[in-house]
Design a protein around this ligand. Structure first.
Ligand code: ADP
Ligand code: MG
Length: 614
């Protein structure tokens, strides 16, 4: 026989298709814990049998037909914590929370059935002792997955957390800085029910989030009783707020407003208990009564939510703090998962059947999930879509850029920098070279002008000397005859700055004489005394005439590189100076010879008489 309340269709599939707007039923996963050592010692029998992955068979103690319950998933005592995490589909809920939905996971069941174990693993063995990774519960596994997922997201996401407990109908902040004190539960139109002054902590790392969980667990009320050595005496709610707003948007948000974005809430309910079975007395009994009252209120709300006639009418969420804070998850716009926990022991069968019926009803409760509307949601849908596409493309391109071989990227960057440096360097070098060439050219022009001046002066001196030489030769001939008029009389040569002091003094000696005469034109004359000297002198004069310096500047000689520009273009100056010196010497020797000979006839004046040598 199959118990009523089995869900039609696959709720998981309906969520994958997208919960927005559509009615979605609460999903239920059933976990049967293994028999405890104490139960085995007492020889208790299991009354539950899993049939397949989604059906549980219950054998009534007095015989009779089995009762079957069907849930989204059924996990027996052999299944690991990781199996439960996967079966719960918490990742999908996390994705929905990232998209802005409000998601709730709550455990439900008899005390000692394994609710806290399912969510957070076994109780810590010592102060600050972390739960072994293999035994970590749904919460730790969700935290790890979600933290990794947030890091992958293109747009920045902020995680915050709050952690509270409802103990004896009082809400207490498990993350408060001082000792936990009762906080009021309020209601307003935009937020629905909320806890005033609840501390919401921004999460900077996965370790910090795990630390908050441990802190809350250690502050939560728990007591030992017959069925559970570490029985939670309160309902605990840890909420993760996932905000994908920019820091600026978060700053602009109104103070007191909840963080915009999705929520993922983990609710560890305190277990219903038969006071007689748990042996609770005094404070424990008070706690038990309080727990039971709130669980009854929860059951009542679920029943009313299931009744199609009364669904539109008033649902008494205000009857307890627990129902107030779960109102949105149960009947509102949230996405909800229930993990129903049961003990396999036949001794616990009445409570187990109660839990199974309760869970069966719950999975017929539907919600209408809706992501909270932010101001940006008022934008046209296509604009929002386009923005998301652009963000994704941006991310993809950034990743591709990062994946580029860093070596090759470094090389190309270095090459570019080198080329830039090089071009600039080359430009500077060209400018300097240009400047250097300009200076060299102006030096060359100066040298050339200087050489031209020197050449002109030397040429004049050579002409003058030549003329005087010829005149001296003529005067010392035996019969020079009448002195013809000089066709090319020249004044005294201008002082030459390139002549040596000795050369200058001989120049003075020569220039001190009267204007020389040109040799007479006497073609019939065969030979005369001093003819050899004359011929030599004339040959020298001819040589000088032939090599006369052209009035224009001579072509610049091709010099080996590095030759001083001052030397270039001035090569003819030393040549002329040599010739000038040779000429002077020749004149000097001719004069000495002439002086040593007696005058040829009376009246003829010796040069030494008229011009004493200095
Ligand atoms: P609850 O929160 O429902 O009152 P607990 O989670 O505290 O129950 O579990 C009661 C005891 O049973 C604890 O000692 C816990 O370690 C143990 N327990 C619960 N479920 C399992 C399980 N699946 N495997 C092993 N031990 C379990
Ligand atoms: Mg517990």
């Amino acid at each position: 026989m199959e118990e009523r309340g089995s869900p039609d269709g696959d709720p998981a599939r309906s969520l994958e298709q997208g919960p927005e707007g559509a009615e979605t039923s609460i999903q239920v996963v059933l976990r049967v814990r293994p028999m405890s050592e104490a139960e085995l010692r007492r020889g208790e029998q299991s009354a539950l049998h899993c049939s397949g992955t989604r059906t549980l068979q219950v054998s009534p103690p007095g015989g009779g037909p089995d009762v079957a319950f069907r849930f989204g998933a059924v996990l027996d005592g052999t299944r690991t914590q990781e199996d439960v995490f996967r079966a719960c589909g918490v990742r999908r809920l996390g994705e929905l929370a990232l998209r802005g939905f409000s998601c709730t996971i709550f455990t439900f069941g008899q005390t000692g059935s394994g609710k806290t174990y399912t969510l957070t693993g076994p109780p810590p063995q010592g102060e600050g002792e972390p739960v072994p990774p293999s035994l970590a519960g749904v919460m730790q596994r969700t935290f790890s997955w979600l933290w990794g997922r947030v890091q992958q997201l293109g747009s920045p996401a902020t995680l915050r957390a709050s952690y509270l407990e409802i103990y004896n109908e009082q809400v207490r902040d498990l993350l408060s800085l001082g000792s936990p004190r009762p906080l009021p539960v309020r209601w307003n139109k935009t937020r629905g029910f909320y806890v005033e002054q609840l501390r919401v902590v921004e999460i900077g790392s996965l370790e910090a989030l795990m630390g908050l969980l441990q802190l809350g667990l250690s502050r939560r009320r728990s007591s030992a009783h017959t069925l559970n050595q570490a029985s939670s005496r309160s309902h605990a709610l840890l909420t993760l707020y996932i905000s994908r707003q920019t820091p600026l948007q978060m700053l602009r948000a109104d103070a007191g407003e909840p963080p915009a974005g999705g929520k993922l809430c983990f609710v560890d309910l305190a277990g219903s208990e038969k006071v007689a079975a748990t042996g609770s007395r005094g404070e424990l009994m008070l706690e038990a009564n309080s727990i039971n009252r709130s669980l009854l209120a929860l059951g009542h709300c679920i029943s009313l939510l299931l009744d199609p006639q009364r669904k539109q009418s008033h649902i008494p969420f205000r009857d307890s703090k627990l129902t107030k804070l779960l109102a949105d998850s149960l009947g509102g716009r949230g996405v909800t998962l229930m993990v129903a926990c049961v003990s396999p022991s036949a001794q616990c069968l009445p409570e187990t059947l109660s839990t199974l019926r309760y869970a069966s009803r719950a999975q017929r409760v539907t919600t209408r999930p809706q992501a909270p509307k932010s101001p940006r949601a008022k934008w046209p849908e296509h604009v929002e879509m386009e923005k998301l596409q652009l963000q994704e493309e941006n991310q993809r391109l950034r990743r591709q850029l990062e994946q580029l071989d860093p070596k090759a990227r470094g090389q190309s960057e270095a090459r570019l920098a080198w080329a830039q440096r090089n071009l600039y360097g080359m430009l500077q070098e060209f400018m300097l070279e240009n400047e250097r060439l300009r200076k060299e050219m102006s030096q060359l022009q100066n040298s050339r002008d200087l050489a031209r001046d020197e050449q002109r002066i030397l040429a004049q001196q050579v002409h003058e000397l030549e003329r005087r030489l010829l005149s001296a030769c003529y005067l010392h001939q035996p019969d020079p005859g009448p002195t013809p008029p000089c066709p090319c009389w020249m004044g005294p040569a201008p002082p030459c700055h390139v002549l040596t002091p000795e050369a200058s003094s001989s120049n003075m000696l020569l220039s001190g004489r009267p204007p020389p005469r040109a040799p007479p034109c006497s073609p019939g004359l065969a030979k005369c005394p001093g003819e050899r000297d004359w011929i030599q002198t004339r040959a020298l004069a001819e040589l000088l005439t032939e090599e006369e310096v052209a009035p224009s500047a001579p072509p610049l000689p091709v010099e080996p590189p590095g030759t001083s520009p001052a030397l270039r273009g001035g090569a003819t100056a030393p040549n002329l100076a040599q010739r000038l010196e040779a000429l002077r010497q020749q004149i000097g020797s001719s004069l000495r010879r002439v002086r040593s000979q007696p005058p040829a006839r009376q009246g003829a004046q010796s040069p030494s008489q008229s011009h004493p040598a200095r």
